[in-house]
Design a protein. Structure first.
Length: 493
């Protein structure tokens, strides 16, 4: 009786189907240290492997791998009050040279007898493999039949992700928009063949190369909507990026174009958060390591250096800063931190207190006018600076963020119908604005608002009307449109 009183609930989840499961979840370090078991399931085996060295400073939790055997249906993970159990799964990895290049085989052997196998080929030369032409530097990963199901068969309620800090509090702001995005994501057709799986096409025959981070959009929607189908699509997109889209010389992804690997990498088109989140959700060391490699590659190639000042783009500083800060929230890295701090200072140096804007060459116009693309300043620059402030606690940066947030809210409120996509500034005033309805850029623009401002603005009739019908039926850019909107954290509120 006394031992039962000591049990403390840690996580509610459901296992569908037979066989062991293995997935990631952020737990309190105290719960990990005291050992875990499944309440009321005799013979169930639970092992917890730490994936994160230090707790997340915002949540106080650490990501862990949970490997569980002997559970089916609804279950509850509780403190065991004893030493953590040894792992019910043994992992072995072998590397060998093969005619195609290099083959890495990973095997997971469970105590109960199940075995999972993954084989990953890295191609050193152009060749035709399993019916498709591959290029040097590409990889092909083959997962055993049951492997993705080890985490896809686990159902964790959205409320648990919210309590763990993976999802923001649900304010009831974007339920209809989110459901429309999720419905579009479910039916979005992937490119054909094993080289195309996980990637998407948009108008003009453009391969998106997962622009704006399709894996992240699908994973976030999947967690809030409790949708394993979307989570499976996120998983395929994450593996597509690391297998198909990476330039092995720089370590950065190729940019969207007529093929996966034709347009050179740019720091303003690098996203690691989707690979990273899917890696944590599936407790997959390979994907987490790929996210680390992306962060370190981005730290080595942090920005483009345009030949002319007027060609300088906001996203070439904003995207790298946002992605590097996302990695630093998980793990300290001196090189990544140094580059993130440098990028943040370069962004802050562009702050114009009179116009209340970050000025980049691309926005400079004649006679001192400045054109601010609100969907980039609100959707990329502000979230990047906010993430930097959360880590650095720099007072000057925090004051700039506050001014920019206030200016964004004011510019959204002022004017006629729709929401601003671009504004023209002079002398501290908005002298002209392009306002629109139904564009995915509007969803991204609102990402720059703090939760309190979102609660004030989004329920109003004007913003609700402007956001209705996103993504549009028959949108020829659907893959990019729904990614641009679906990656936003505010739509999870």
């Amino acid at each position: 009786m006394w031992s039962l009183l000591l049990l403390q609930g840690v996580l509610a989840f459901t296992v569908e189907g037979e066989g062991p499961v293995r997935f990631g979840f952020p737990l309190r370090p105290d719960d990990v240290a005291r050992g875990l078991c499944v309440a009321g399931v005799p013979g169930a085996r639970v092992a917890c492997r730490v994936l994160q060295a230090e707790p997340d400073p915002r949540t106080g939790r650490i990501w862990v791998e949970l490997a569980i055997e002997g559970v089916r249906g609804a279950a509850r993970l509780v403190r065991a009050g004893r030493e953590p159990a040894s792992a019910p799964v043994e992992v072995r990895r072998t590397t060998e040279s093969v005619p195609e290049g290099l083959l890495v085989t990973t095997r997971w052997r469970w105590r109960g007898g199940a075995e999972d196998v993954r084989r990953r080929w890295t191609f050193h030369e152009a060749t035709v493999w399993q019916g498709e032409a591959v290029e040097p530097g590409e990889c092909a990963t083959r997962h055993g039949e049951g492997l993705p199901g080890r985490f896809l068969r686990v159902r964790v309620p959205a409320g648990e992700w919210q309590r763990a800090g993976v999802l923001p509090p649900d304010q009831g702001l974007a339920g209809e928009l989110r459901q429309r995005l999720a419905a579009a994501a479910r039916t979005l057709p992937e490119l054909p063949g094993w080289r195309g799986a996980g990637d998407y096409l948009r108008a003009g025959g453009v391969v998106t190369n997962l622009e704006f981070d399709t894996a992240l959009a699908f994973a976030r929607l999947a967690l809030r909507e409790e949708d394993p189908e979307l989570l499976a699509k996120a998983w395929r997109s994450a593996w597509h990026l690391v297998d198909r889209d990476l330039d092995r010389r720089t370590g950065l992804p190729f940019v969207h174009g007529s093929d996966h690997r034709r347009v050179r990498p740019e720091p303003g088109h690098v996203w690691l958060q989707g690979v990273f989140l899917v890696g944590l959700l599936s407790a997959d060391d390979e994907l987490v390591e790929q996210a680390r490699a992306l962060a370190q590659a981005l730290a080595r190639h942090p920005r483009l250096r345009p030949e002319r000042a007027r060609d300088e783009r906001a996203r070439d500083l904003g995207w790298p800063l946002l992605e590097l800060e996302s990695w630093l929230r998980f793990q300290a890295d001196e090189g990544v931190q140094r580059t993130a701090d440098q990028l943040a200072q370069q962004v802050l140096a562009r702050f114009d207190p009179t116009q209340r804007v970050l000025r980049f060459g691309e926005g400079e116009r004649e006679r001192g006018l400045y054109e601010d693309r609100v969907w980039i300043s609100g959707g990329i620059l502000l979230p990047a600076l906010r993430a930097h402030v959360a880590r650095s606690r720099a007072p000057a940066a925090a004051r700039v963020v506050q001014v920019l947030e206030e200016a964004l809210e004011e510019r959204i409120r002022r004017g006629g119908a729709g929401l601003p996509v671009r504004v023209l500034l002079h002398g501290g005033d908005v002298v002209d604005a392009f306002r629109a309805e139904g564009l995915p850029e509007l969803v991204l623009a609102l990402e720059g608002l703090a939760p309190a401002a979102l609660a004030r603005l989004v329920p109003r009739a004007g913003p609700r009307r402007a956001l209705a019908g996103i993504p549009a039926d028959g949108d020829p850019q659907l893959a990019t449109s729904l990614t641009m909107a679906g990656r936003c954290t505010w739509i999870l509120r």
